[in-house]
Design a protein around this ligand. Structure first.
Ligand code: GLY
Length: 433
């Protein structure tokens, strides 16, 4: 496993439950991944180092968690050496690394997405603002850890964000080109498409809560909590498949872009149907924390089959048609639909701005069947477990309904302590966004 966040801990925790009893190395990992295997001091951006380690240990499968090494071509390097890898090469990962390219793919595929213009100069971007209605959405074209997007309600906010990207270079190279997009409205939905380029299955639809504040207020974060499955109107399952997933995968094939991994479609469910806000080339974080526990079957086999290009064979083992299973959700059989899962992220006070690190963490010793902690920004130090990031941990709860799952997650957080612990109380709440 390549990576060190909550997503990687969630993946490793689930892989460790495989009947194949895998030996798991995580580079560099976190204290959570260390509970299920061995952390290795690897730099995900150093492809030579990762390849050499995999060769030394005769690693059978590499799963790449974060976007940066994917965009940088780590999967290509591993393939070149004949190492099975879950995660697309640089061509596929460009869907996340270059939002203008993703828009071009969407346009060719005829997939609905907000109308946009792209700019590299702030004067041209400001002139464009004179011609359009507000609010607008402004995005850094490159990958900026989920922080390169601003919904600007007024001209001042738009001017400030344009200056941050293009003049102050707050996001480095990722923000040197921006998209100014129409603002569309509706609930968001995260759809994780596991594909080997030919066959695919859709994991449980989930909803992230991206803003820091309750009621979806304040700045965007990497994600403050999520729940799954999101119940959708019957016709929407088919509409997402036919209007978004099928044409996108067909367009990737038409362009000879191989893709073996997860294509994450960030959707907005508007009155006129689903529209794609963004693509990511990896599992969502924190969506992974709620989608994986709902899987039926062996995650390791799912990932291995995908990496080897025989996902279709794997999917044959899953029957459709059980109670609660949507008929038109491709690969619905891989998910349990009789459970709900919620994750609430505990963050450091000040996140997504400045925050302190090194605060001692107390948490319940072991997880129960229906609740467990996922480590994200934690580290071991001489004073024990301490905070080391903005999103520190995720409390996961599972139950037969959303309320029970929420009670489990929030119950766990009530027993978890560190100075500055902050979390939203409306994750998965009725009517919550
Ligand atoms: N939860 C948003 C993301 O993974 O990009």
């Amino acid at each position: 496993m390549v990576g060190s966040g909550g997503r990687e801990h969630a993946l490793v925790r689930q892989l460790a439950q495989s009947p194949q009893e895998p030996v798991i190395f995580t580079g560099p990992g976190n204290p959570g991944t260390a509970e299920h295997g061995t952390n290795v001091d690897l730099d995900p951006m150093d492809a030579d180092q990762v390849v050499a380690f995999c060769q030394e240990k005769a690693v059978d499968l590499v799963i790449i968690g974060p976007e940066d090494p994917l965009i940088d071509g780590l999967a290509d390097q591993l393939h070149k050496e004949g190492i099975d890898t879950f995660g697309p090469g640089a061509m596929g990962a460009r869907l996340e690394g270059d939002k203008e390219f993703a828009k071009e793919v969407l346009a060719s595929a005829g997939v609905p997405t907000p109308h946009f213009h792209a700019f590299s100069s702030s004067s041209a971007a400001l002139k464009h603002l004179d011609k359009i209605d507000l609010p607008v959405v402004i995005k850094a074209c490159g990958a900026a850890q989920g922080k390169g997007v601003a919904v600007c309600a007024n001209r001042q906010e738009a001017e400030d964000f344009i200056a941050e990207c293009l003049d102050d270079q707050r996001f480095g190279g990722a923000g040197l080109r921006i998209l100014i997009e129409d603002c569309i409205f509706g609930p968001e939905l995260s759809v994780l498409i596991v594909t080997d380029g030919q066959d695919y299955c859709l994991l449980a639809p989930s909803r992230d809560h991206k803003r820091i504040g309750e009621g979806d207020t304040g700045p965007n974060t990497g994600g403050m909590g999520a729940f799954a499955p999101v119940a959708l109107p019957d016709e929407l399952y088919a509409e997402i498949d036919t209007r978004v997933v099928l044409p996108t995968l067909a367009e990737l094939r038409r362009r000879d872009i191989p893709f073996r991994g997860v294509l994450y479609a960030g959707l907005m469910l508007t009155e006129s149907g689903p529209q794609v806000l963004e693509f990511n080339c990896r599992f969502g974080d924190p969506e992974t924390q709620v989608v994986l526990p709902l899987l039926r079957g062996d995650l390791l086999e799912l990932c291995t089959s995908t990496a080897k290009g025989r996902l279709g064979q794997y999917l044959q083992g899953f029957s459709e048609g059980a109670e609660g299973m949507p008929a038109d959700w491709e690969g619905a059989g891989v998910t349990r639909w009789d459970r709900q899962c919620v994750v609430v992220v505990g963050s450091a006070d000040g996140y997504p701005g400045q925050y302190l690190k090194g605060k001692s963490i107390e948490m319940p010793a072991a997880g129960a069947e229906d609740r467990w902690i996922i480590h994200a920004g934690t580290a071991q130090s001489d004073k024990g477990l301490v905070t080391s990031g903005g999103r520190v941990l995720g409390a996961v709860g599972m139950g037969t309904d959303l309320n029970t799952a929420r009670e489990a997650a929030y119950g766990l957080l009530a027993d978890t302590h560190f100075e500055g612990l902050t979390y939203r109380r409306d994750i998965g709440a009725p009517g919550g966004k």
